[in-house]
Design a protein around this ligand. Structure first.
Ligand code: FAD
Length: 382
């Protein structure tokens, strides 16, 4: 184990963070407002993300991926989210949920067929939630039944990130309702499968460029070989991938907070009132100092959770803590950014109102803050 300070990055870690940030600054920043307004990510940008190597960070290099660690993926999500949290979540879901589930649970056949695609051209999505089952995700109503060597899936999924762009979907469905959560099974479903449709796209408050859609399964045929893990073990696939995925949401949130702080530091030095830059007022300095302090604490928590995960040590409590804390910090820092921009913070000509809108979702997806608190309390209180 390295004895480096948590935020001191090894050469390869610094390389991925800096190169992804430079890419985001050059290629994403000019598109942020348009993507938010049109609620769409151009395919050309997604292709560039594949070329950059951030769509398959942990996928082994023998299968076309980066062969790097979970922490590298976290650094990439943070760097992208500093410019646009919508791109951050696209990359986050691809790596920490979809590729992760296949890497950990997929058969060699599934890995061989799908990981090269995820690393090179196919966006992935992860479909657990339904209209009636969010926090209580395992109460899902979607069903799977056997037909010869195939499975037939029926039901609807809601809130599915990346659904508009994705070719590959990890879909959780109950194959044995009598067994309750022990019937839940994960399937790798291709977009072109018969009986599979991407439905309505949500019109959202924030991360508007990231697509969030309904999925409709109408006698959707999935080959038996596309079960991810074992039949009836989908609840394990979901729990374990989401435990890790929420560290990625922590990374998205600290990236967002850093982005809001970057804009604010620049602005307060330029904006003059009472004959001087507003950065010269001690009240403003203290507000920024407090925001930077909170962000430092959140970053330490996210990096620690990610490094624990890579070290194979328990990280469940730390992951829940880093998500709840960093999403609250992101909301507070983005709110301060709006305040310090004054009226200019309230209009779309300036970048911070978007970050304020984007921050909210960190307290909702991949387990709401109440559910994170429940996880933490359970670990502490036993
Ligand atoms: C933009 C966006 C993208 C998403 N992407 C995906 C995705 O890619 N894949 C996917 O599967 N899902 C996705 N989701 C769904 C998301 O994970 C759920 O919205 C979330 O889990 C909450 O579920 P819910 O919306 O049904 O709220 P509910 O579960 O109905 O919760 C409503 C409120 O009740 C509280 N609550 C519920 N149960 C308890 C309890 N036991 N104790 C205390 N409080 C409780 C919650 O904290 C919350 O405040 C996404 C959601 C959004 C908004």
């Amino acid at each position: 184990m390295s004895s480096l300070p948590l935020t001191t990055l090894a050469e390869d870690e610094r390389l991925i963070r800096d190169s992804v940030y430079r890419f985001a600054d050059r290629e994403i920043r000019p598109l942020v407002r348009e993507m938010d307004e049109h609620a769409k990510i151009p395919r050309t940008l997604i292709d560039k993300l594949f070329d950059l190597g951030v769509m398959g960070v942990e996928i082994p290099d023998t299968l076309g991926g980066g062969g790097a660690s979970f922490f590298h993926a976290v650094l990439a999500v943070e760097a992208l989210s500093r410019i646009d949290p919508s791109i951050g979540v696209l990359v986050d879901v691809q790596n920490t949920l979809v590729a992760n589930a296949l890497l950990r649970w997929g058969s060699d056949d599934l890995k061989g067929r799908y990981l090269p695609r995820l690393a090179s051209k196919s966006v992935g999505a992860y479909a657990l939630s339904e209209a009636g089952s969010g926090s209580d995700a395992f109460a899902m109503a979607s069903r799977a039944s056997r037909r010869d060597r195939d499975w037939v899936l029926t039901g609807r999924k809601l809130w599915i990130t990346n659904a508009n762009e994705a070719d590959l979907f990890i879909v959780f469905v109950n194959a044995d309702p009598a067994a309750a959560y022990r019937g839940i099974t994960a399937f790798l479903v291709e977009r072109e499968s018969s009986g599979f449709t991407v439905g309505k796209k949500e019109d959202k408050l924030g991360i508007r460029a990231s697509s969030t859609c309904e999925l409709i399964l109408e006698d959707c045929i999935v080959p038996g070989a596309n079960v991810v893990g074992e039949v009836g073990k989908g609840y394990k696939v979901a729990i374990e991938t989401l435990n890790e995925g929420r560290i990625g949401i922590g990374a998205q949130m600290i990236g967002l907070a850093q982005g809001a702080l970057d804009h604010t530091i620049k602005y307060v030095k330029e904006r003059k009132q009472f004959g001087k830059a507003i950065a010269e007022f001690q009240a403003v300095q203290h507000q920024i100092a407090r925001a930077a302090t909170e962000l430092e604490a959140a970053r330490l928590m996210v990096y620690n959770a990610a490094r624990l995960r890579d070290a194979g040590q328990p990280f469940l409590t730390e992951a829940a803590m880093c998500k709840i804390f960093s999403s609250e910090v992101a909301e507070r820092v983005a709110s301060l950014a709006v305040n310090l921009y004054g009226g200019y913070g309230f209009v779309k000509d300036y970048p911070v109102e978007k970050l304020y809108r984007d921050a909210k979702v960190g307290q909702i997806y991949e387990g709401t803050s109440n559910l994170q608190l429940q996880t933490i309390a359970k670990q502490i209180l036993g």
